[in-house]
Ligand binder design. Structure first.
Ligand code: HSE
Length: 429
C-alpha cells in the first residue's frame, strides 16, 4: 500500500507520546516509503495538562477508542500503557477496523498478545511493538526478522533499567536498597509505585514477549517465574563482590525438550561478564542461535528519544508494508509456553547464611549439602562484626535447582543457622 500521506493517531501523550510528536516535528523528512507521516489526532487523560510540546494543531479525542476507529487515521499508535482498560479496548477496536497498530505496551502484549495477534491476522493488519522491549534497542526486530533463519535456543538479559540503576548504585555507593530506591524516585527514574519494576514484573512482561518471538509461541506471562530485587541486601552485593560477582536482575527464556522456560531472578554474573558490566539504567540482551551462535546487544531501555525512535521504526514498517506474523507463526498455531518445574533447571547458585559462631557449624552445613548431592565451588566466612551471627557465603557447582532449594531448606532448619539462607542463581557464562 503506497500513500502520499500517512495519518497517525497517537493515544497517550506521556514520555513516549511526547517523544514521538517531537521526533515527527524535528524530522519532516521521515518518509521511509516516500509518503509523509502526519499526526492527525491525539488522545490522553487530560487535554489541559502542561506539556513541553504543542498539541493545538491536532484533533483532540477524549476517548482513545474513538481515535482508534476514526476514519481520519491510517495508523493507530497506542502509548497509554496497562494490560487492560482503555489501551486494550482501543487496540482491539483499531484492529477490528483493520487499522495497523503500533504500541509500546509490554503488559498488553505479554498478557493478551495471542488474542490480539489473532485479531490482527483476521484483518490482515500489522500489530507492532518494538518499543515494548528494551526501548530504543531493537530486540524485537532482531528476533522477529534477523534471527528467523536460525533456531534460537535462549535469550537472556537485563530488561529493566530501574533495577539495574538501583543495583549499580547500591554497589557503587555502598548504600541500601531503600535509600537508592527513594533517590531513584526523586530523580524520576522509578515510578511512585515501583512494584512493577523492582518486583520483576516489568522484566517478566518483556521476557514473555521475547520468548514468544524467539520460539514462535504465544506469550504466557502467567507462566513466568518472577522474583524481583526488593529482597537484595547490601550485604549480598558486598559478598558477591568478594567472590568476584555482581548481582543483576536477569530475565531469561530457554527452550529445551521440556518446553519453554521463562524466568526473572536476581542473578550473579562474574565481574567482566557483559551483564556484570552493564551499568546504570542500560539494558542488555544475549541471544543464542544454533547456527549464528551468541549475539549481544546493549542500549537504552527507556527514555523519550530512544523509545520514540523505536515507535517510528514500527511506523516505517507499516509504511513499507514489511508485514510478518506477529509471533513468527499463524495465530491459530501458537501454543502458550508452560511453566517448567524447578528440577528441570540446572545451574550454579550462591547461598548466604547467618550462623552461630560455634564449633561444628560448617561441618553441619557441608554435610547437609552432601546429603542432597550439592557440591561446593567456593566458600567464604567473614569475621564476626557483631553479636548477630557470622555471615557465611558459598557457591555451588552446577546442580539441579530442586536440590539446591532442598539444601537451603534443610540448612535453614539446622539449630546453628539463624535465618533462612538467601539463595541467588549464578548466570551461565
Ligand atoms: N520501567 C522500565 C525500566 C522502562 O525501568 O526499564 C520502561 O519499560
Amino acid at each position: 500500500m503506497t500513500k502520499d500521506v500517512w495519518r497517525i493517531g497517537v493515544a497517550g501523550l506521556g514520555t513516549v507520546g511526547g517523544g514521538l510528536l517531537k521526533f515527527l516535528a524535528e524530522r519532516p523528512s521521515f518518509a521511509p516509503a516516500g509518503g509523509k507521516v502526519v499526526v492527525t489526532g491525539v488522545s490522553a487523560r487530560s487535554k489541559s495538562r502542561p506539556r513541553d510540546f504543542d498539541i493545538s494543531q491536532f484533533a483532540w479525542f477524549d476517548d482513545p477508542v474513538a481515535l482508534a476507529t476514526s476514519p481520519d487515521i491510517d495508523i493507530f499508535v497506542e502509548l497509554v500503557g496497562g494490560s487492560d482498560g482503555p489501551a486494550k479496548a482501543a487496540v482491539e477496536a483499531a484492529l477490528k477496523h483493520g487499522k495497523p497498530v503500533v504500541t509500546a505496551n509490554k503488559a498488553l502484549i505479554a498478557e493478551h498478545g495471542a488474542e490480539l495477534a489473532a485479531l490482527a491476522e483476521a484483518q490482515n493488519t500489522p500489530l507492532l511493538f518494538e518499543a515494548a522491549v528494551m526501548g530504543g534497542t531493537p530486540a524485537v526486530k532482531m528476533l522477529r526478522e534477523a534471527m528467523v533463519g536460525d533456531d534460537v535456543s535462549a535469550v537472556a538479559g537485563i530488561l529493566n533499567g530501574t533495577c539495574n540503576y538501583i543495583l549499580t548504585e547500591m554497589e557503587a555507593g555502598s548504600r541500601p536498597f531503600a535509600e537508592v530506591l527513594a533517590e531513584a524516585q526523586r530523580l524520576g527514574y522509578a515510578e511512585a509505585d515501583p512494584t512493577m519494576d523492582v518486583g520483576g514484573f516489568d522484566a517478566a512482561h518483556k521476557i514473555s514477549i521475547l520468548a514468544a518471538l524467539a520460539f514462535g509461541c504465544a506469550p504466557n506471562y502467567a507462566a513466568a517465574e518472577v522474583e524481583g530485587i526488593d529482597q537484595i541486601e547490601l550485604l549480598d552485593i558486598k559478598l558477591a563482590g568478594d567472590l568476584g560477582y555482581r548481582i543483576r536482575l536477569v530475565a531469561q527464556a530457554t527452550r529445551s525438550d521440556e518446553g519453554v522456560s521463562v524466568r526473572v531472578h536476581p542473578t550473579l554474573a562474574p565481574v567482566g561478564h557483559p551483564l556484570a558490566e552493564t551499568r546504570g539504567a542500560l539494558n542488555a540482551l544475549f541471544i543464542e542461535g544454533k547456527r549464528i551462535g551468541r549475539i549481544f546487544i546493549q542500549g537504552p531501555g527507556a527514555g523519550s528519544g530512544p523509545t520514540a525512535a523505536a515507535v517510528a521504526a514500527d511506523i516505517a514498517d507499516v509504511m513499507t508494508a514489511a508485514v510478518r506474523p506477529v509471533f513468527q507463526a499463524p495465530a491459530a498455531k501458537l501454543k502458550p509456553f508452560d511453566k517448567i518445574a524447578a528440577d528441570h533447571h540446572v545451574g550454579k547458585a550462591y547461598l548466604r547464611l547467618l550462623v552461630k559462631d560455634q564449633p561444628g557449624v560448617i561441618a553441619a552445613v557441608s554435610e547437609t549439602l552432601a546429603e542432597v548431592g550439592v557440591s561446593i565451588d567456593s566458600f567464604l566466612q567473614k569475621p564476626v562484626e557483631n553479636a548477630g551471627g557470622v555471615p557465611i557465603v558459598l557457591t555451588t557447582h552446577a546442580t539441579p535447582e530442586a536440590a539446591i532449594l532442598e539444601a537451603a531448606r534443610r540448612i535453614g532448619a539446622l539449630p546453628a543457622v539463624l535465618a533462612p539462607p538467601k539463595m541467588l542463581r549464578i548466570a551461565r557464562v
